[in-house]
Design a protein around this ligand. Structure first.
Ligand code: NCD
Length: 323
């Protein structure tokens, strides 16, 4: 494993200036981000309060869709690296006066913003900006496509708890069809050697998902005994056009994680959820707050992952800009 100082050197395997998804990354690149995040976290655990790697860099948070944890986490991560940050939200902006998404982003770039964290309801929006702008683009969730930093922090949390990813069985439960978190987890976990099971009602688990190298199950009870980790995805009501299951209580009955199911699962099973969590739907409060849950660890680890991503992309951006 290469040893490097997060503050001074760019790991040789990192050469990208954008982070658009985990699909394009190799296992070595994903591991590079995870290792960098671990070092970031250790430095802060040992008392450091701020690194200077992004001093003088302006990071723009462009959130065209609702977010609590991702936006706050990116904002704090940028500040901990000494960046200046500007927040931009779609409501109340010139978008409501008819300006295009790209023109808005170009305007923000012209003010000196050189890294942009982008969340958008359209799949592909961050990639579009990466083609038109000089700035480094970080995808903070685009439509139903990818949410790479969420996938990375989920994988980081599993690796931290279990010491490895290779050989583990991970179930992604719920609304696979509309979940960008599911897609990023699938790419990342399979590249690192995990067995992934996509579990949910047939209407929410597209059969083509098998092409990504995952198994499909429509019964959570059937797979409980064989999984090491269960990642409970929120039902994405805002993206659904139509009824995908008869009622929320039926969904909770069949796919919700509760105390009874926990007792049938492996003794050391890990319970993850990207959040926001809907208590009583995909997870009951006793499980969400219980000893198997790593939901709040995921949130803390998200900060280290986002610091690592900002730092790595900035090293490449900075070197290219200087060249
Ligand atoms: C996820 C998202 O926005 O895709 N949330 C998050 O970033 N923590 C998952 C979700 O909204 O269900």
């Amino acid at each position: 494993m290469p040893v490097f100082e997060p503050v001074d050197e760019r790991p040789p395997e990192w050469t990208r200036r954008h982070l658009l998804g985990l699909q394009a990354l190799s296992a070595a690149e994903i591991t590079c981000i995870l290792d960098h995040a671990a070092r970031m976290r250790d430095r802060f655990a040992s008392g450091e309060r701020k690194l200077t790697s992004l001093a003088g860099v302006v990071v723009g948070n462009l959130f065209f869709e609702a977010s609590t944890r991702t936006r706050t986490s990116f904002s704090l991560a940028a500040k901990r690296l000494s960046a200046d940050t500007v927040d931009f939200t779609a409501s109340g902006s010139s978008l409501s006066k008819g300006e295009s998404f790209t023109d808005t982003a170009l305007t923000i770039e012209a003010m000196g913003v050189s890294m942009m964290v982008v969340r958008h309801s359209s799949s592909g929006a961050p990639e579009l900006l990466s083609r038109r702008l000089q700035a480094s683009i970080l995808n903070a969730g685009d439509g139903t496509h990818e949410h790479p930093t969420q996938g990375l922090l989920d994988i980081f949390t599993i690796r931290e708890q279990r010491g490895r990813i290779d050989g583990l069985t991970v179930a992604l439960v719920g609304d696979i069809l509309h979940s960008r978190v599911a897609r990023s987890n699938i790419w990342g976990l399979t590249k690192l050697g995990a067995r992934v099971i996509a579990c949910g009602p047939a209407t929410l688990v597209p059969p083509q998902i098998r092409k990504l190298g995952v198994e499909v199950s429509h019964s959570l009870d059937d797979i409980l005994g064989e999984v090491d980790c269960i990642n409970l995805l929120r039902v994405q009501f805002e993206r659904q056009r139509g009824a995908f299951f008869p009622s929320i209580s039926e969904y909770a009955h069949l796919y919700g994680m509760n105390g009874d199911r926990l007792r049938k699962a492996k003794q050391d099973v890990l319970i993850l959820a990207p959040g926001p969590i809907n208590r009583g739907v995909e997870i009951t409060p006793d499980v969400a707050d219980g000893p198997h849950s790593v939901i709040l660890d995921q949130v803390s680890n998200g900060l280290a992952i986002r610091m690592a991503c900002l730092d790595l992309l900035n090293r490449v951006r900075g070197a290219e800009t200087a060249a």
